[in-house]
Design a protein around this ligand. Structure first.
Ligand code: BGC
Length: 815
């Protein structure tokens, strides 16, 4: 157990300057940053900078504790510390700020030392916060300790200024840096004169300052990307459309690259990612290089196809009010190295230009996100499916940034609960996200309403201050349970239990048995089912999970309570939404949820599953559901033995389907099934993100059914291997589809490494690795009369063959 540092003797400090977000010098001419209107990023007055000199006798065991209301970078004795990005991360600042503890023994010296902190508005008072956490300027709290002795802590003996190279920084809008200003490294040298700086002001923070939990946001160097293509254009030409097209003067430029005034350089990284461009350029002092980030390029210049500029130019209208830009003004140095510090972008393309000539030396896409260790891998014989798997993984890498965001680019980037719960199992297979979600559940508790309602976005912010939405708020029950099942650790359940109870209690008090507010429903479905059906279904599901969670925690009486509550919730559901034992309404989602959440009597289940299958087949093997139906779709089909239909859907290429967007050129999962189509161009611009992971939830099915790695007990202490092989016969294959011939999956579970691989090129070969000490059952389809198990032949009869396996490696061959 880590020592809990008590910050109570220290205070947050802030600047005394009225003009930080005050009227005087505000570039937006308004007091509240949340309300500013703009058309471009501006060169403002810098960010709040705080400095303190302190003495140390010895350097060993010097620890730094820091938190900020905003995002902070720390410099010590002329060096920038490199502890992570966007520190300390987002929390519900009305309740809590998170502190980090870092060893700085290597940064300090015996004798005089200087520490500098520069703080940006970040999630605290940047535009994203919408004024929700008050109208205070960014603040910081710091303590330096040597052994047990406090060497420095924030108080009025710190000096402050609003200055420095980063002139403006905002999560949505971007960053403006001017290297002609003094570098923070220089300011943080003990010799730099700060005698004219003002004393810091103590800020009376009402929240708690608690240790950071979970994984941290880092620059993930192993994922950095190089440009795939660089184009230079020098104007526009008429092509018969509204905006025309860029005149490309060099379609495939290489670096270093001299750029003239009037030229635009468009860099394609070949992959939508999240983070920032790291550029090195040569330019005369005072030359401003401008970077515009975008997810897509305009495809024609045609306004009817949703284009917002000439063919080949960056498409940015879908960022809505977010500017997504960066400026860097060259200082005296011959070569400028620039990567934004206090912002991030969701992008694949960057347009680089200037009013003056300059030379680009190098370009790199630095990936920024929670450093969740990737523990799962799936590969198949189908390249398009592999691309889909990669798209989902990149969606996760980009959108798990301090909180699970809906999207990383437009004026949103919020912790939307519905999206997060839909994708949470996929995420938990791809990477170890236990700590990440433990932290986010803390955010949910902090933002929980007085009557128990979970906010639709967490941490709660002004731009979306609603709560209790069905399938969204329910994330507060669903995610802890999913994390427990995947990782086997009960801490998240224990920490969150009272909060979940409060949520359910609030729902009953406010809505009786009808469930949470029917606000979003099967979001973005082609065939929308009644939101009230969804509410009621999720309420029964909540009760089911509360029974299991209560049992896991040994709370027998509560489990009994939720069992009786479930019966009441089920009765409400059945009375209202079922007829002859089955859903009255006829959408796919009605059937999917009824089956997935166990809402129909056993005797009707198989029949309902058959009807679901038929309905999809009659629809041309096309799904028609949105966020909710989709994540439950394939697992439900497989649960009822409809693996063949699950494969039909997986390999479908018509709209709407997963591979449809792959065919349209996706490199991440899109918000809509038709966010972009080659046929019609860009989808509804009011809400059109090209990095929205919810539909990537099909990867859950791939791990659990296609590869068949399923926990039979929490944390895979017991394992169920249930690979569902693509056994569709030639006459069963929908037109244009081919079978998946092989699948290889591995998962470094909480109980050890699991592997599951199958190949149907010659008979059926299945290989698996079961971790030591894990009890495992395996079910394989019988495709022959005999099977050899690690070389030993045995006869089989029936449609499937079952094995009980201990830890080890196995090969099963059916010829
Ligand atoms: C977000 C979604 C979210 C939704 C609520 C959108 O603006 O981007 O992903 O779940 O609002 O319906």
């Amino acid at each position: 157990m880590k020592e809990y540092f008590d910050f109570s003797s220290a205070g947050f400090i802030t600047t005394k300057f009225e003009n930080y977000f005050g009227e005087k010098n505000s570039p937006w001419g308004q007091k509240k940053p949340a309300l500013y209107q703009h058309t471009d990023l501006v060169d403002w007055i810098g960010l709040p900078v705080f400095i303190k000199d302190f003495e140390l006798k010895k350097t060993e065991n010097t620890k730094l504790y820091f938190s900020a209301l905003g995002c902070v970078e720390i410099y010590i004795n002329g060096k920038r510390t490199d502890f992570g990005e966007m520190k300390p991360g987002w929390s519900d600042y009305n309740k809590r700020a998170l502190y980090w503890e870092e060893d700085i023994s290597d940064f300090v010296v015996p004798g005089k030392n200087r520490i500098l902190a520069v703080v940006s508005p970040g999630w605290y008072c940047g535009r994203i916060a919408g004024g929700w956490y008050g109208e205070n300027p960014p603040s910081v709290i710091i303590a330096v300790r040597n052994g047990k002795k406090v060497a420095a802590e924030t108080d009025t003996s710190w000096v402050c200024n609003v200055c420095g190279q980063i002139r403006t920084a905002d999560i949505w809008d971007g960053e403006y840096r001017d290297n002609r200003e003094t570098d923070y490294t220089v300011m943080s040298e003990t010799g730099y004169d700060v005698s004219k700086w003002k004393k810091a002001k103590v800020f009376n923070y009402k929240g708690e300052v608690t240790p950071f939990i979970g994984s941290k946001v880092k620059r993930r160097d192993r994922l950095s990307l190089k440009p795939e293509n660089i184009k230079v254009s020098n104007g526009t030409e008429f092509n018969g459309t509204h905006f025309g097209k860029l005149t490309i003067s060099n379609p495939d430029a290489s670096l270093p690259l001299k750029v003239q005034r009037g030229e635009k350089v468009t860099v394609d990284f070949g992959q939508e990612t999240v983070g920032r461009l790291h550029i090195r350029f040569r330019a005369a002092e005072g030359v401003a290089v401008k970077m515009r980030y975008a997810e897509f390029l305009n495809d024609s210049g045609d306004i009817d196809r949703g284009n917002d500029g000439p063919d080949g130019s960056v498409y940015t209208i879908n960022l809505r009010s977010a500017l997504g830009k960066a400026y860097c003004v060259a200082g005296k140095e011959k070569t400028t190295d620039y990567a934004p510090t206090f912002t991030f972008f969701g992008y694949r393309y960057v347009e680089i230009s200037s009013e003056d000539s300059f030379e680009i030396v190098s370009l790199k896409a630095e990936v920024v996100g929670n450093d969740n260790i990737e523990i799962g891998k799936i590969e198949t014989s189908d390249e398009l499916v592999n691309k889909l798997i990669s798209n989902a993984l990149w969606g996760q890498r980009g959108n798990y940034l301090s909180v699970p965001t809906d999207c990383p680019q437009r004026d949103e980037r919020l912790g939307w609960t519905g999206d997060a719960q839909a994708f949470s199992i996929t995420a938990g297979y791809n990477a170890d996200v236990y700590g990440f979600f433990r932290k986010w559940m803390q955010d949910m508790r902090d933002s929980q309403g007085k009557r128990g309602g979970y906010a639709d976005v967490n941490p709660r912010v002004g731009v979306c201050n609603s709560e209790n939405a069905c399938a969204w708020g329910d994330a507060g029950v669903i995610i802890p349970y999913n994390m427990y099942m995947l990782y086997g650790d009960k801490t998240i359940l224990k920490e969150h239990y009272d909060s979940m109870e409060k949520y359910i209690k609030g729902l009953i008090a406010d809505f009786g048995m009808s469930g949470p507010v029917p606000r979003y429903g099967d979001w973005l479905a082609y065939d929308w089912c009644d939101n009230r059906f969804v509410s009621s279904a999720y309420f029964v599901h909540d009760c089911d999970l509360m029974i299991k969670i209560s049992e896991a925690l040994g709370k027998k009486d509560r489990a009994e309570y939720y069992t009786s509550l479930r019966a009441k919730a089920q009765k409400y559901f059945s009375d209202k939404f079922l007829k002859n034992g089955k859903p009255k309404e006829k959408t796919q989602c009605n059937k999917i949820l009824a089956l997935a959440f166990n809402l129909v009597e056993d005797k009707y289940k198989q029949k309902l599953a058959d009807e679901l299958e038929k309905q999809i087949r009659d629809n041309g093997n096309l799904l028609s559901c949105g966020f909710l139906g989709t994540y439950n779709l394939c697992p439900t089909l497989s649960l009822y033995g409809k693996d063949k239909m699950a494969y039909n859907l997986l390999l479908q290429r018509k709209e709407p389907s997963w591979l449809y967007s792959v065919d349209q050129g996706s490199t991440t999962i899109w918000e809509r099934w038709n966010s972009y189509t080659k046929e019609k161009g860009f989808g509804d611009v009011g809400m059109n993100s090209f990095n929205h992971y919810a539909y990537g939830s099909v990867v859950e099915w791939m791990y659990r059914y296609m590869a068949g790695i399923e926990p039979a007990a929490p944390g895979f202490r017991e394992l169920k291997l249930q690979p569902r092989i693509d056994l569709r016969t030639a006459d069963e294959l929908p037109e244009g589809q081919k079978n998946i011939k092989w699948v290889k999956a591995s998962y470094n579970s909480a109980s050890g490494l699991i592997k599951s691989e199958w190949n149907t090129e010659k008979g059926l070969v299945y290989k698996c690795t079961v971790p030591k000490g894990v009890k495992c059952t395996l079910t394989l389809p019988a495709v022959s009369d005999t099977i050899t198990v690690n070389g030993v032949k045995q006869d089989i009869s029936g449609e499937t063959v079952d094995f009980e396996l201990k830890g080890g490696n196995y090969t099963f061959i059916q010829k």
